[in-house]
Design a protein around this ligand. Structure first.
Ligand code: OGA
Ligand code: MN
Length: 277
């Protein structure tokens, strides 16, 4: 079958007709990397990549994060589901945070470089994945506002995200979240290449040196502008799809689905390569 490449709106690239095995090749991986740089999100329709090939492709793209949570026989693969019966119980509950706009690893020194997510079981009733491009969100700001935001630093914490995702949490759960160290990052992330993006999302709480409410309102306003409906790329999953995103610049979230849903994703993540600076 011929491989076709179609730019998506408002950003992203869709690839059809490729097979998982074809991508496990250094030259093919180089093209994936270039497509990610250019488009932010690359959607492979019906790729049907095996778990082994998903890990092999991930290794060609960067350093693969191993979680060893016992979720999957391959330590590089995370099983993304809300059903505790299909994964690690604690992780299933944490993954409610996936319903909120976030980037993966925002509380780490080096947020993860890219995420690869493939659909094993889909839910016809929901569970799409939405993306917004925070390089574009930054570019769209008026110059004076860009200059004002440049000096701001933001506290990111797991507790901020979970408090939003699980408002009914027990005191014990809250205490567990607080154990994950918070991280302060600049609001504007300038890459070695000079490219800039906004670092926002569910982990973001206070702006350093600003009144808490004022800081949160500022971030909320920026997030609202970045995630306007016309800026959102929405992926409606079919089994076998693989979506790869530049995690450093793509806020993403799952649209609602039930905890008992069949929906099951296999995910690998690539270790971060650049500090937020
Ligand atoms: C993730 C994530 C979204 C989804 O796995 O990091 O955000 O739609 N997933 O499952
Ligand atoms: Mn995520």
């Amino acid at each position: 079958m011929a491989v076709t490449f179609t730019p998506l709106e408002p950003f992203g690239l869709e690839v059809t007709g490729a097979s998982g095995g074809q991508l496990v090749d250094p030259r093919a991986a180089e093209k994936v990397r270039a497509a990610l740089d250019e488009h932010g999100v690359v959607v492979y329709r019906g790729l049907d990549i095996s778990d082994e090939d998903l890990v092999a492709l991930s290794r060609l793209l960067g350093e693969v994060v191993s979680a060893r949570t016992g979720e999957h026989r391959l330590p590089e693969i995370a099983t993304i589901t809300l059903d505790p019966a299909k994964t690690n119980t604690v992780l299933a509950r944490y993954r409610k945070g996936n319903f909120l706009w976030h980037i993966d690893g925002a509380t780490d020194e080096l947020p993860q470089k890219a995420t690869l997510l493939t659909a094993r079981e889909v839910d016809p009733a929901g569970g799409d994945t939405e993306f917004v491009n925070t390089y574009l969100a930054y570019q769209e700001l008026p110059e004076a506002e860009k200059a004002e935001l440049e000096a701001l630093r933001v506290v990111h914490s797991f507790a901020n995200a979970q408090a939003r995702a699980v408002p009914d949490a027990s005191e014990r759960e809250r205490a567990a979240w607080e154990k994950v160290p918070a991280k302060i990052h600049p609001l504007v992330w300038t890459r070695r290449t000079g490219r800039k993006s906004l670092l926002l999302g569910a982990t973001a709480g206070d702006v350093v040196g600003m009144d808490s409410e004022q800081g949160r309102a500022l971030l909320e306003g920026l997030l609202e502008r970045a995630t306007r409906p016309e800026r959102v790329l929405r992926h409606r999953w079919q089994p076998g799809d693989l979506v790869i995103w530049d995690n450093t610049g793509m806020l993403h979230r799952a649209t609602p689905f039930e905890p008992t849903s069949l929906r099951l994703m296999h995910r690998t993540t690539l270790a971060g390569e650049e500090m937020v600076a």
